[in-house]
Design a protein around this ligand. Structure first.
Ligand code: PLP
Length: 443
């Protein structure tokens, strides 16, 4: 008898179980957004779970540019860029991005996810190797799965691990090293200079995903590559519009010939409809504002510094973040869910991240800050975090006390809710159980 493809759907109960316990944190419906504040269920919440770093998603000039583009070109392009879907705004945005980043050319994709997938799949061949930081974003990992090349993960941000891998690659294989500029969960920055040096020594192409760094890091928000002055040493710079640009879509940038090749070969560029006029019009305006109002980036960093210091002074562990992404280490998955639920009840919108988005046993509440948060917003957030941590006993947990149990067993009782988290053991040994590779692959 043929396997019942829907059996797994009937058996799936994780989301229903979480809902039944009152801890389900996903798909929260936003009824109105003001950027730093949103309305959910008729109640206003401080939003610290968005990547709208410069508050541009709600900027009236961006909104008006999106409306104007819609009036001029319609609601959609109803076709692929290759065929009927290219409008003058697409070309204008590609030129503006290339000029902004000091690259020869840029190519838009319908999402940042597609940009990574399309470029990796188009540019690599069967005997090539993609060297991939273990904490790279899921779109990169998916891209590696679709690409014909072999995926070789290396320890997060470790140039020694990278060199070790590079040493073992057959001489004739093409090599591409790919990393997030700012990592989306930990918020730390790629240690680019030694990576670039290693890439040169081993004749590898460098590819940096600046999704979380454009509009945030570097002169006028030009990203990590510019921050380090390495624009001439990184062959491919990728970005998204779903963070600082306040919209959606993505792009890659680099040499004319590389872009010309990818635009004729990347399947997820060719076989999908182009970005809607409203998106492109809005992003063009956002790019203009990003460059003309540097005070936004200054405010973002003022808020970022305030939150790094604020969380640390309360006693939270925030890892090695160097950006507005501030992961609040909780440890237990159930507690991270409980924490996020209590935040929501107290008027703060933040999302927990659990394995495989983060390492097993290191669940976090992921917070991220904007230039448009007020001091009052941020003071309130810190007070509420402190209150909930005391209530849930967060600072007494092994992950905080470092009593030696970290990353071994997590078996916390959930205060006030009565549930007990399943005891789980993670040996942390990738060669024995493949969990690390699985984590990298699923992230
Ligand atoms: C580092 C990184 N790269 C790529 C993407 C995908 O971008 P998009 O949302 O435009 O598909 C994300 C999105 O979260 C990301 O964090």
């Amino acid at each position: 008898m043929a396997r019942d493809l829907f059996k797994k759907c009937r058996d799936y109960s994780d989301s229903a179980d979480a809902r039944a316990q009152g801890f389900y944190p996903y798909f929260r419906c936003i009824e109105q957004s003001y950027g730093n504040h949103v309305v959910c269920g008729g109640e206003e919440k401080i939003m610290i779970g968005s990547n709208n770093y410069l508050g541009l998603a709600q900027d009236p000039r961006v909104v008006e540019a999106a409306c104007e583009a819609t009036r001029q070109f319609g609601a959609g392009c109803t076709g692929s860029r290759l065929l009927n879907g290219t409008i003058s705004l697409h070309n204008e945005l590609e030129e503006a991005l290339a000029a902004f980043l000091g690259r020869e050319s840029a190519l838009l994709f319908s999402t940042g996810f597609f940009a990574n997938q399309g470029a990796l799949a188009a540019l690599t061949e069967a005997d090539d190797v993609i060297l991939c930081d273990r904490e790279n974003h899921a779109s990169i990992i998916e891209g590696c799965q679709v690409a014909p090349a072999r995926l070789v993960p290396y320890r997060h941000n470790s140039v020694d691990a990278l060199r070790n891998r590079l040493k073992r690659i057959p001489e004739e294989s093409g090599r591409l090293i790919i990393m997030d500029g700012v990592f989306s969960m930990s918020g730390d920055m790629a240690d680019l200079p030694p990576m670039v040096k290693a890439a040169k020594e081993y004749d590898a192409i460098m590819y940096v995903d600046e999704a979380h760094s454009l509009g945030v890091v570097g002169p006028q928000g030009r990203g990590v590559v510019h921050q380090y002055g390495l624009n001439d040493d990184v062959e491919i710079v990728m970005g998204t519009f779903s963070k600082s640009f306040g919209s959606m879509g993505g792009f890659i940038s680099g040499s004319h010939e590389m872009i010309e090749f990818v635009k004729h070969k990347a399947r997820c560029f060719i076989f999908t409809a182009s970005l809607a006029p409203a998106v492109v019009g809005g992003v063009l305006k956002a790019l203009e504002i990003m460059q003309s109002e540097p005070e936004r980036i200054e405010m973002l960093w003022r808020n970022t510094r305030m939150m790094h210091e604020g969380f640390k002074s309360i006693g939270f562990k925030i890892g090695s973040t160097q950006s507005p992404i501030v992961p609040i280490l909780i440890g237990s998955e159930a507690k991270a869910f409980a924490f996020a639920q209590r935040l929501f009840e107290e008027g703060v919108f933040a999302i927990p991240a659990i394995y495989p988005a983060v390492r097993y046993g290191e669940a976090i509440v992921r917070t991220s800050f904007m230039s448009t948060h007020t001091e009052d917003d941020l003071d309130k957030v810190l007070d509420i975090f402190a209150k909930i941590a005391r209530e849930l006993g967060t600072f007494d947990d092994p992950v905080y006390t470092e009593s030696g149990r970290r990353r071994n067993v997590f078996d916390f009782a959930l205060p006030q809710r009565g549930g007990v988290e399943e005891v789980r053991v993670d040996s942390g040994n990738s060669s024995r159980n493949g969990s690390e590779l699985h984590a990298a692959v699923s992230r």
